[in-house]
Design a protein around this ligand. Structure first.
Ligand code: FES
Ligand SMILES: [Fe+2]
Length: 414
């Protein structure tokens, strides 16, 4: 018998370990296939939605875990559920809207109908037509539910897992990362809007960019020129015990070391640029700890950001070896006054697919994918800030990128 399933091709990782990344892992279709099984359907918790997106019973949202389509619902009892968006009959996508409210999900193909728990409730012509045809007598609808995911919620953030054995969510996140999630989700939030972008690069290249605090003020002219984020400001990187999640933070109220940038003569520092409308930079101080910029990554594909007063979750979704999508959800707090909402909306121009800052992150990933196309056997070099995986009180480092690859290799068996 032929065993169908994942190609078991092995990557030979360079002897230097997680300070090198073989370019092959960004391109090879069999690596992509293995990631779907070993990471996204493996022992991970994947961001699905915010509780605030599903306030009423019957509310739902469609999303993905890896490239598997998933529906998240608040069922008729008020419980959060998630199931694979794949009909138990012949596999069609059942729910095609991005969000809505319903009691029943009905597949367009043959109209099998499921409730908000994903249980099969109706099969048209189950007893045939005029006594002919129909399902066999032993057909049991209870055996044909949509495939359910495990669900756990922390501070109003909903995560799902395919793995029946993965430990509790809070254990997966670790105490430090829970602290940073709690810091942002400290009270009820209100969703302000969405953005989506499509990128022609492997998902891991974007995730590296998120973990790469070192690039932020070198690549991004807006950040550096207008003093929003510079490596010379006080800040650092915190990681969980495994190294798979991180947060990079900046105390951006002043830049005592501004001359470091002038002397380095970086493209991104251009004192000739001025903003005609300064209001973009005039936010409100809102976190008591004085941190003005905190970017947190939760393995394998969630990013929680506070950039001044913009708060957002980014969900990174693989769409093939050389393609990925980023789904942005912007939010504020339910008790924000109108002026605060205006500030958040205005500052949201920094981020998103065409943001003054984030546009460059989308672009640079494609530069990497384009640059490495013919050199699978070569590898990247990740030694900024040392060769270890540890929290550091500075940001000229690639430590959290090394942390990502450490955990990635463990899960993938490389
Ligand atoms: S595939 Fe959904 S009802 Fe047939
Ligand atoms: Fe960036």
């Amino acid at each position: 018998m032929t065993k169908l399933g994942v190609d078991t091709m092995q990557i030979t990782w360079p002897a230097e370990g997680f300070t090198r990344v073989p370019y092959e892992v960004y391109m090879d279709p069999s690596v992509y296939e293995q990631e779907q099984l070993k990471i996204y359907r493996g022992p991970t918790w994947n961001y699905l939605a915010l509780d605030a997106e599903l306030p009423q019973n019957g509310d739902y949202k469609t999303t993905f875990v890896g490239d598997t389509p998933v529906v998240v619902t608040r069922d008729s009892d008020g419980e959060i559920r998630a199931f694979v968006n794949q009909c138990a009959h012949r596999g069609a996508t059942v729910c095609m809207d991005s969000c809505g409210n319903t009691k029943t999900f009905t597949c367009v193909y043959h109209a099998w109908a499921y409730d908000g728990k994903g249980d099969l409730k109706g099969v048209p012509f189950r007893n045939g037509v005029e006594g002919k045809g129909g399902m066999p007598d032993d057909f049991d609808p209870a055996k044909h539910s949509l495939q359910k995911l495990r669900i756990e919620t922390f501070c109003g953030v909903i995560f799902g897992s395919f793995d029946p054995h993965v430990g509790p969510l809070q254990e997966y996140l670790g105490e430090k990362m829970c602290g940073y999630i709690q810091r942002v989700f400290n009270r009820p939030v209100r969703v302000l809007g969405y953005n989506r972008q499509s990128m022609n690069n492997n998902w891991k290249i974007y995730f590296e960019n998120v973990k790469d605090s070192y690039h932020a003020s070198i690549l991004h002219t807006f950040f550096t020129t207008f003093g929003l984020n510079r490596l010379s400001q006080r800040g650092g990187i915190e990681m969980d015990d495994t190294g798979m999640h991180h947060v990079s933070y900046t105390y951006g109220s002043s830049d005592e070391n501004e001359d470091a940038y002038k002397q380095a003569n970086l493209r991104s520092f251009n004192s000739k640029y001025k903003l005609e409308d300064q209001s973009m930079l005039q936010g409100r101080k809102e976190f008591a700890d004085g941190i003005t910029l905190a970017i947190q990554s939760i393995f394998p594909g969630m990013v929680l950001q506070q950039i001044h007063n913009t708060l957002a979750v980014r969900q990174l979704l693989p769409k093939g070896p050389g393609h990925c999508e980023l789904h942005w959800t912007y939010f504020g707090y339910a008790d924000d006054d109108n002026n605060m909402t205006t500030i958040r909306m205005k500052q949201s121009n920094l981020v998103g697919p065409a943001g003054f800052v984030s546009l460059e992150d989308g672009g640079v990933g494609e530069l990497v994918q384009r640059g490495i196309v013919r050199d699978k056997e070569k590898s990247s070099f990740v030694e900024m800030g040392g060769i270890t995986v540890q929290s550091q009180e500075f940001r000229a480092t690639e430590t959290s990128i090394r942390g990502f690859w450490k955990r990635y290799r463990e899960l993938m068996g490389y």
